[in-house]
Write a protein that binds this ligand. Structure first.
Ligand SMILES: Nc1ncnc2c1ncn2[C@@H]1O[C@H](COP(=O)(O)OP(=O)(O)OP(=O)(O)O)[C@@H](O)[C@H]1O
Length: 258
C-alpha cells in the first residue's frame, strides 16, 4: 500500500558550538506509521525530537510536514498543526487536579487558551468538561479526576502526561520514553493504550524498554553516534549484527525481547 508522507527529514544535522550531535539525518515518515527510535545513551534521540518538535533549530537540513517546510517553525505552531511531543520528565502542573490539567489542554485545543487563568465554571465551559470527562472515562481514569497531580505516583503522573498529549488530537505524536520509571502494570496500561490509538495517528517512540518498543513499532530507526545506523523492519533490526553488538555491549540482548 502506498501511504501518504506526513513527515520528511532531509540532511538534518545539529551542532552545539563545535560539537556535532546529529549528522545527515534523512528519512520519510508515512501517515499512520509506528516508528520506534532506539540507540544507546547519548546517541542523539532527544536532540532529534527537539528538532522535530521545534524546541531546537537544526544547524543543517530541512524538515517538511505534509509537504510544508517547517524547519524553523516554532514549537507552539507545530503543536497547533498536529506535531505533539511528550517529555522524558513530567511536564504537568502538579498543584492542579488531573481534571484541571486536562481542561487546560482542551481549552487550548478549542481556541480558548486566552481564558486559562480565569476560574473554569462548568456551566460556562460545559463542552470542555464533557470532553474531559469523556476522555477520563475512556481511559479508565475517572477515579483520578479530582486528585491533585502531585499526590499521584510517578507512574500515574507519566500516564496523565501521555494522555494529555493524546487529548490534543495530534497527527504526529512523539513519545519520549513513555514507560520510563513505570511499574509493570503501569507499563502494560500505556502499551495497551497506545495500541488502541487511531490507526491514522503517526507515532514515534523513543524507548529503552526493547520489549515495549518492538511490540509497538512497525519500523525501527537505530541512532548511533548522531547518525542513522539502521532504518527498517523491526525483524531486520533485531537481526542486525551492528545493532546487536551495540546492545550486547550495553549488557542487553535484542533476541530476548520478542
Ligand atoms: N544543549 C546541549 N548542549 C551541548 N550538548 C548537548 C546539548 N543537548 C544534548 N547535548 C549532548 O548531545 C548528546 C546527545 O544527547 P541526547 O540527549 O540527544 O541523547 P539521547 O540519545 O536522547 O540519550 P539518552 O538515551 O541518554 O536520553 C549528548 O552527548 C549530550 O550531552
Amino acid at each position: 500500500m502506498n501511504r501518504e508522507s506526513i513527515l520528511k527529514v532531509e540532511g538534518v544535522g545539529k551542532s552545539f558550538g563545535g560539537l556535532e550531535i546529529l549528522r545527515n539525518i534523512t528519512f520519510d515518515v508515512k501517515k499512520g506509521e509506528r516508528i520506534g527510535i532506539i540507540g544507546p545513551n547519548g546517541a542523539g534521540k532527544t536532540t532529534f525530537y527537539n528538532l522535530l518538535a521545534g524546541d531546537l533549530d537544526p544547524s543543517k537540513g530541512t524538515i517538511y510536514y505534509c509537504g510544508q517546510n517547517i524547519t524553523n517553525l516554532p514549537n507552539y505552531k507545530r503543536a497547533n498543526i498536529g506535531i505533539v511531543r511528550t517529555f522524558q520528565k513530567n511536564n504537568l502542573l502538579t498543584d492542579l487536579t488531573v481534571l484541571d490539567n486536562l481542561l487546560l489542554v482542551l481549552q487550548r485545543k478549542e481556541g480558548l487558551g486566552n481564558v486559562w487563568f480565569k476560574p473554569r465554571v462548568e456551566k460556562h465551559y460545559s463542552i470542555l468538561f464533557e470532553k474531559a470527562r469523556e476522555l477520563l472515562s475512556k481511559w479508565g481514569l475517572e477515579k483520578q479526576t479530582h486528585k491533585i497531580v502531585k499526590s499521584l505516583s510517578y507512574g500515574e503522573q507519566r500516564q496523565i502526561e501521555i494522555l494529555l498529549g493524546i487529548a490534543t488530537d495530534p497527527k504526529v505524536l512523539l513519545l519520549d520514553e513513555p514507560t520510563a520509571g513505570m511499574s509493570q502494570a503501569e507499563t502494560n496500561y500505556i502499551v495497551n493504550l497506545l495500541h488502541t490509538l487511531p490507526k491514522e495517528l503517526t507515532l514515534m517512540i523513543i524507548e529503552h524498554d526493547l520489549e515495549v518498543v518492538f511490540g509497538l513499532s512497525d519500523r525501527m530507526i537505530v541512532l548511533y553516534n548522531g547518525g542513522i545506523l539502521v532504518d527498517g523492519d523491526p525483524q531486520i533490526v533485531r537481526n542486525d549484527k551492528r545493532v546487536n553488538d551495540i546492545y550486547i555491549g550495553q549488557g542487553e540482548s535484542l533476541s530476548a525481547s520478542s
